[in-house]
Design a protein around this ligand. Structure first.
Ligand SMILES: [Zn+2]
Ligand SMILES: [Zn+2]
Length: 368
């Protein structure tokens, strides 16, 4: 085994026998993640230690750990922010959870509960927000995670653990804005039927809206209709987009199309007084352009959205369990983490990658 570098918080171990947990960590901005056995510092009073059952892989993980967002991140780096697991240990001050409870984590590790945003309930915009992983903390590419109880979610009865972990990022990213702006009789356009879009179609339909899926994948018509879309429409053909102009009370765009005319045509799908939601981000340094005339003359509301707040995330988990909303996933064994990461990084997965962590961790004596 290669010599593993030290981490500032977690104590690296020579083997998994003495470890509390094993992560898959990146040692630099290139190469595969490697197994990294480690010990936790003592559990804080408000901490919950979670044994991870399933963990989802999200494209932001690769942007972070490859140093594409910030080239100065510290290694070893263990990303991952879509976690479903069960409580293994609790600090002395934990009141909401007990050992054995089914719980989850989303991309946020810490909210202060005292800043203006937190007081308004917008804790995802907390001024002291800490992400689930950063230079000091490992994320969900691990057999365990230790986080403060204020950012732990309860997994509801009947939730499908094996499919559901990606909902904690991808699911809430589309559920929260749809829920904020919808009415049941609305028409809804979902642009781009990938990791986010195939969930947006399901949520919009289950909320009672009539959904049109804008895509270039005509050959997936049956599958997309099974998710809940009433119609399919071409997402890049300008003539088609013109014919669809002004028809949708809510438009949720999971893509950013560089062609300015196509992108503005997406905005013009919004009906007068309707809401246009942009969740697909352009590459950093690119500013997208709005069709100001259309937006002003039709009183369009333009909305951004970042994951969801605590209550929206909890509600999304319950809504998903009740309405059977889950992503289409490819599942990998823990030992195949590098393979799963590679498929996610190359955007080859249909639609999200999930790793079964619990099976390996239990078999390897890491459930203590
Ligand atoms: Zn994510
Ligand atoms: Zn705050």
């Amino acid at each position: 085994m290669q010599q593993l570098p030290a981490h500032s918080v977690y104590q690296v171990q020579e083997s998994k026998e003495t470890a509390d947990a094993v992560a898959y960590a990146f040692l630099s901005n290139t190469g595969e993640p490697v197994q990294y056995p480690y010990k936790y510092p003592n559990i804080a009073d408000d901490d919950v230690r979670i044994r991870i059952l399933f963990t989802g892989l999200c494209h932001s993980d690769c942007l972070h750990s490859r140093g594409l967002w910030n080239p100065n991140i510290k290694y070893p780096s263990c990303p991952g922010h879509e976690v479903v697991g069960e409580v293994e240990k609790v600090g002395t001050g934990v009141t909401k959870f007990k050992v054995g409870d089914k719980v989850g984590c989303n991309p946020q590790r810490w909210m202060c509960q005292t800043c203006e945003q937190c007081k308004k309930g917008d804790n995802q915009l907390c001024s002291q927000n800490i992400g689930l992983y950063d230079d000091n903390n490992f994320g969900g590419y691990s057999t365990h995670i230790q986080v403060a109880e204020r950012m732990v979610f309860r997994i509801p009865e009947g939730f499908n653990d094996a499919l559901g972990s990606p909902l904690l990022c991808a699911g809430v990213t589309v559920y929260a804005p749809l829920k904020r702006y919808y009415k049941p009789n609305y028409t809804c356009a979902v642009i781009g039927i990938g990791g986010l879009g195939h969930l947006a179609v399901q949520y919009a339909a289950r909320l009672g809206m009539t959904v049109t899926a804008f895509t270039t994948s005509k050959n997936r018509e049956q599958e997309i209709k099974r998710l809940g879309a009433s119609n399919l429409s071409n997402s890049i053909n300008l003539e088609n987009l013109k014919a669809e102009q002004g028809k949708y009370d809510i438009v949720i765009n999971t893509l950013y199309i560089e062609d300015e005319e196509v992108f503005k045509s997406h905005q013009r799908l919004t009906a007068p007084t309707g809401t246009y939601i942009q969740v697909g981000a352009p590459p950093s340094k690119v500013n997208f352009k709005l069709d100001h005339a259309y937006i002003i003359l039709n009183q369009i509301r333009v909305a951004g959205s970042l994951i969801g707040n605590y209550d929206e995330t909890q509600e999304m988990l319950e809504f998903s369990a009740q309405n059977n909303v889950y992503p289409i996933v490819e599942t990998f064994d823990f030992e195949d983490f590098p393979k799963a990461f590679d498929r996610m990084e190359k955007a080859q997965a249909k639609f999200r990658c999930v790793v079964n962590v619990g099976k390996w961790a239990q078999a390897n004596g890491l459930w203590k």
